[in-house]
Design a binder for this molecule. Structure first.
Ligand SMILES: [Zn+2]
Length: 145
């Protein structure tokens, strides 16, 4: 399992990382479109406005949309931790919002696609938290009649 990379907040992403350090997940929200946006941008991708973006806390529930297994990272820092999962998490509150997750606790290449996940935080450095996701329940295969 890769150790989380310590985030380097910039002016745009600082509110996101500050909230993470308080174990909260906040996303940009365009009040003109009533639309969430992640990662943070200077303007709303829908209406182009930079005047209507604020931050909204979300609950942090989602599901696994798919995954890949990394065997040959281009980042040398991850080589000794290979192979590892990278799953795509679809946010329940807005399925258009996607996160990447290493799914701590799930065996490599045995990711339960479709399973529900919930937000957790991992400490990348003292007091510096990064969002992660863990499986809460697996969807059962459809039962046959
Ligand atoms: Zn907008």
């Amino acid at each position: 399992m890769p150790r989380p990379v310590v985030p380097v907040p910039n002016e745009l992403s600082k509110p996101f990382w500050d909230a993470c350090n308080q174990r909260r997940l906040v996303l940009q929200n365009c009040t003109a479109c009533n639309r969430l946006q992640f990662p943070p941008e200077r303007t709303c991708a829908e209406c182009g406005s930079g005047q209507h973006l604020d931050w909204r806390e979300v609950q942090g529930r989602g599901s696994i949309n798919g995954y890949v297994v990394v065997h040959d990272s281009r980042l040398q820092a991850f080589w000794e931790q290979q192979p590892y999962n990278i799953a795509i998490i679809e946010l329940e509150e807005d399925p258009g919002i996607k996160f990447f997750s290493n799914l701590p606790g799930e065996p490599v290449d045995q990711v339960p696609v479709g399973a529900r996940v919930e937000l957790m935080f991992e400490e990348a450095a003292p007091g510096r938290l990064v969002p992660e996701w863990r499986v809460v329940a697996q969807t059962r295969p459809p039962s046959r009649i």
